[in-house]
Design a protein around this ligand. Sequence first.
Ligand code: PLP
Length: 420
Amino acid sequence: MKDETKCLHSGYTPKSGEPSVMPIVQSTTYRFDTTKEIGDLFNMPTAHMYSRFSNPTVEVVEKKIADLEGGVGAMCTSSGQAATLLSILNLCNSGDSFISTSTIYGGSVNLFAVTLKKLGIECIFVDAEDDEETLDKAFKSNTKAVFGETLANPALAVLDIEKFAKIAHKHHVPFIVDNTFATPVLCKPFEYGADIIVHSTSKYMDGHALQCGGVIVDSGNFDWSSGDFPEFVQPDDSYHGVVYTRDFGKAAYIVKARMQLMRDFGAYPSANSAFLLNLGLETLAVRMKQYCENGLAVAKFLASSDKIEEVHYAALEGDRYHERAKKYLPKGTCGVISIVIKGGSANAVKFMDALKLASNEVHVADIRTCVLHPASATHRQLTDEQLVAAGVNPGMIRVSVGLENVDDIIEDLKQSLDQI
Ligand SMILES: *Cc1c(COP(=O)(O)O)cnc(C)c1O
């Protein structure tokens, strides 16, 4: 099936007489006939037993997203941050390290550089444009993963996914990609060699700014038997001797994430949240087309304004990442545009405060057009050095183009630019 069809039909196939719409299974628990059946589940979880780590409504959404990305399995989380955190903790223990490009979401930079460090996990940041030889040198004997972002928030740099997949595999570690901005509709990183995908579903997938959520998707392609990942091939004492590769084959990574990490941390979404996320997913493919169309029209308008110094939008001809976007994002580069207004921070604030239709909010990839000043908001915790590494100019504004009529969006931007 194609994406538009998967968005509507994957994950839930009602039998004769069953509801057409995926039901909300609002229950923490599941009833069994015998004590033995429940006991058996603690040896081998073949059914839902407790909604801290699995639920039938959430499972439908997990299957849909896994299908859209082309993976063998997925696990939803209560936020994108939780997905990123668990994707790393499933591979790294205290004393391990992993490599990440520095052009990633500000919240991920903080998680990697500050919080994971407190847990004894080191993140080695690299420049996404470094050549293979330089990147090779970043690997250490305890390096367990490589992390990058398809379309970096907010710098809108396009990642060379194939380059990083190749380097990660040369060093026998998996490559994790945050595919939030692209969504599987615009880019499917598994096709270019990524092994694990994470998303903040709070953005385009939910689409309507209703609730936070995240998801981890497993390609099933990484070979865990090299000996570098003993927890995948040795009996798990916390689960009655389950051996993830032996018992779950290609789904070893995602089952381990659920059975160890979700069981212990419990960052699982509610059935109600999954129901709302599913409503967003049903129209994801249709919405992404319109975001790309509106985004390109607005980017062209902004590029024509003499009040603006820089416009970053990879689908725009002449953009630094235009050629790479043609390869990885041929259908478009979503609705998010980064601009730098002439006159620095002061004019940026003036421009943002003069907008009438676009709202000033801490969100992106919303159905409504919104703007944000990363340096004073989402990236506020970063040092000047980290800001530069993340591609954030202090005068940068992130414009998230919504699904209003594009003429109205442009008119609003124009009247606001006229005031500075
Ligand atoms: C928002 C975002 C996150 C974090 O997701 P939350 O749902 O806000 O926790 C991670 N990665 C990217 C690219 C994001 O835009």
